[in-house]
Ligand binder design. Structure first.
Ligand code: BTN
Length: 247
């Protein structure tokens, strides 16, 4: 599989989409040193300065139901979490890394990685999916709006971790999980591994969406990636990612 590097780009997601439109192959990884127009979820900006992180996008052309494409974000979150765990362990530091449902990667409750998945599809056929991954590796300064909630591997571990090592570990872990995903086209083969990486499992969560707000205890995800929450009255709620916020 090919890795395409550029010293600077607007956004690796944009680059991957442009190349996908021109026939770029499944499995190509776009990676850059700095992004001038890094994008986050909900139209937010993703600050991506030179030297401070890993800004990369994986192009895939999976033959799956477009309705299940968002599950790939979960597969990627698992791979990033395992890659960070292994890279951190190699430095000899004991710091825990988890997934915050559905796909943020956190250390000490602070977000160190975000994932933005975009796709082009018809009713029943995916043209391509791009999975954009931003990992704060060496970042030491954060904008005021995210100061309380964001961090980096350096800040949380005190170690300089080679970015190339994390990328290599990510590729290895993603290949493993992606195979499992493709076997069924859903998360049924990954639910158990995912729930073991989940910070929310067995813990109290507060669910807030447009309609309601309630607390409960999160059990873990089901094979669709929805979060199963036992409410205080004992009934179970099935939460889909999207406009929900989990605290
Ligand atoms: C989020 O809001 O949590 C998602 C952030 C995704 C950032 C990555 S960095 C590489 C890729 N290119 C982008 O423009 N965004 C993603």
């Amino acid at each position: 599989k090919k890795v395409v590097y550029a010293p600077e780009i607007d956004s690796t997601n944009n680059e991957a989409k442009r190349n996908a439109e021109n026939g770029a192959k499944d499995g190509t990884l776009y990676i850059t040193e700095s992004q001038t127009g890094g994008r986050g979820r909900r139209g937010r900006q993703w600050v991506s300065p030179s030297g401070s992180g890993i800004w990369m996008t994986l192009l895939l052309r999976p033959q799956i139901n477009p309705a299940n494409a968002s599950m790939l974000t979960i597969v990627a979150a698992m791979a990033v979490t395992m890659a960070i765990r292994r890279a951190v362990a190699e430095t000899g530091v004991d710091v825990e890394c988890h997934i915050k449902w559905p796909n943020d990667v956190v250390i000490n409750k602070k977000k160190v990685c975000g994932i933005l998945t975009e796709m082009s599809a018809e009713l029943d056929c995916i043209h391509y999916v791009v999975i954009g991954i931003g990992i704060n590796v060496n970042t030491t300064e954060f904008a005021d709006e995210i100061k309380e909630t964001a961090s980096s591997l350096f800040v949380e571990t005190g170690k300089n971790i080679k970015r190339s090592r994390i990328v290599a570990l990510f590729a290895e872990e993603f290949t493993k999980y992606y195979q499992k995903f493709l076997n069924t086209g859903d998360l049924s083969g990954l639910v158990q591994d995912y729930n073991e990486l989940l910070i929310n499992a067995g813990r109290q969560v507060r669910i807030c969406d447009a309609k309601e707000e309630f607390t409960g205890v999160a059990a873990g995800i089901d094979s669709h990636g929805e979060l199963l929450v036992t409410k205080e009255d004992g009934t179970q709620a099935v939460i889909s990612a999207g406009e929900v916020s989990v605290r």
